[in-house]
Design a protein around this ligand. Structure first.
Ligand code: ADP
Length: 175
């Protein structure tokens, strides 16, 4: 049985993430979507909120589990008996970062393989940052995220007021 981990910040989950998770679920026996609990960036949603949104987004796929973790990704994989890291690739800019991360992870844990899934063209432009920026500007995001995420996003922005804007970086393809 091959267990794969799809790690990420998912702040919040969008259709590009879901597509990668689904494709991973078709390739591997069990996929753990692992929400990174302490990333080095300002986040809009808490770990529990990001996890809950992700759980609802992939609820219809039986071999996907949603969890969270802190610390080194390959150590989390070892703790879960997982052998594969799944990541998504959008633009060439992603490639350099993912390549560097894959090499680093190989150095730290030679038994773990990284599998990079190339995004479908439809989602190649999509990032959580862009979704948040458009939401702040009052734009329509219903082709990028589920109605569940859309509701949560607007509720969060309302709750945080101007503080929320400080948690959204300038538009970047990379979150
Ligand atoms: P990170 O984990 O780098 O902070 P995210 O949580 O947004 O960023 O993304 C998690 C993973 O999903 C990364 O491998 C990222 O490249 C991938 N990803 C993000 N957006 C898309 C998309 N639109 N299509 C395919 N993969 C994506």
């Amino acid at each position: 049985m091959t267990i794969a981990v799809y790690p990420g910040t998912f702040d919040p989950v969008h259709f590009g993430h879901i597509e990668i998770a689904k494709r991973a679920a078709a390739l591997f026996d069990h996929v753990i979507v692992a929400v990174y609990a302490r990333p080095l960036k300002n986040l809009l949603f808490s770990t529990e909120e990001r996890k809950a949104l992700m759980r609802r987004a992939v609820a219809d796929i039986p071999n996907i589990e949603v969890d969270s973790y802190t610390g080194v990704t390959v150590e989390y994989l070892r703790s879960r008996d997982a052998r594969v890291i799944v990541r998504g690739l959008r633009v060439t800019y992603d490639f350099e970062l993912e390549y560097q991360m894959a090499l680093t992870n190989k150095k730290l844990a030679s038994e773990i393989e990284t599998v990079l899934l190339v995004t479908s063209l439809e989602y190649a432009f999509l990032s959580s940052s862009i979704v948040k920026e458009i939401a702040i500007a009052g734009g329509c995001i219903n082709q990028m995220v589920s109605s569940d995420v859309e509701r949560a996003l607007f509720a969060k922005l309302k709750e945080l007021g101007s503080e929320g804007q400080g948690k959204v970086p300038l538009v970047s393809l990379r979150d």
